[in-house]
Design a binder for this molecule. Sequence first.
Ligand SMILES: *Cc1c(COP(=O)(O)O)cnc(C)c1O
Length: 402
Amino acid sequence: MPGYELFGAEERKEVNDVLETGILMRYGFDGPRKGIWKARELEQEICRKFGVKNSQLLSSGTAALSTAMAALGIGAGDEVIMPAFTFVASFEAVIGVGAIPVLADIDDTLTLDPEAVERAITPKTKAIMPVHMCGSMAQLDELKQLCEKHKLLLIEDACQAIGGQYKGKYLGSIGDAGTFSFDFVKIMTCGEGGAVLTNDATVAEKCDQYSDHGHDHYGKDRGADLHPYMGYNYRISELHAAVGLAQIRKLDGFLELQKRNHQIIYNGLKDIPGISFRRIPDPAGDTGSFLSFFLPQAAQAKAVAEELAKAGIGGNPYWYDNNWHYIRKWEHLMNASFMNHIPEEQKQGIMAHANRAFAASDAIISRCISSAIQLGWTEEEAAERAAKMADIIRAVLHHTGA
Ligand SMILES: *Cc1c(COP(=O)(O)O)cnc(C)c1O
């Protein structure tokens, strides 16, 4: 799954270009930087590769989500519908702009169930934020239809699905805005970093300003910049952008290896009676970064995860007991535990939505294991791993009488 596995001479060369000039900042210093603009170049590569008109690099995927929401005008009193299964960053960003995260159930795609989303829509709903979890996509046609019907914004959290596609379009390029994370364990990495993708020039301009203290960036002289809006510092550095520039050029190679190894693990597990696989709305667009499968019962999934770990076969998270990715362990969200004061209305809204029951999601996540796919496995290593996994799964199913 992660691009860090194939860090090499290409990344070192790009970073060295920056070290040669010593200009580590993405803006200004036009003379001494000697034509080296890594962040700018990576933004152009992102637009070209993913087929969008604009992209804005940020310091993280979380910053990308926050920036996209601010630029789309999401704020106090607004509700954003997001899945109960995602990474904590998704609700951090919603809360950060003053809005309320409304969690909705997922289905067997491991992404938002469009029917649950429709039930969650209220007059306060401003946006739907599907998360393309574990390398594969949400049901974008259905969600887009809901957005059109109810006049809502669509923000794709594509942080875990860089290079994935839906019906021929890249994930992240389809909504009003889409976001990538380039943190160290994502499909491609900058070390730390993120991006907003959008075809809307006004949203893009606001992202550019928001991420750099609101500076308007109209002239050549930073000191003369005016401030049409309030902003923050979510800039990426040239060193991080340089790593990403090397990685994006290798992305197709990463995806090819990932899909190959994904297929080998799938082939090894597909004939086990009783297990089933995540439903993928457009199988051709799967990045292959995880192979997610379901056991018939929750106790069996938990046992398989434990046996795999015991056998030294790592990288098979059982999300139901995982502290980062599922509502069940997000106590800080359920209790609205903030270090500082936030508006009481927002706090009450957060707690009301986080403390609802998520029976449909529980029924899915409690039976699910996602097997992370590595780029570095040879075909033989992948096949050997699949065979060991299959033995363990069969043994658990046998002992539990399935
Ligand atoms: C990684 C991730 C993010 C946040 O990215 P960072 O760069 O780590 O801030 C957001 N959403 C999802 C689904 C992620 O997996």
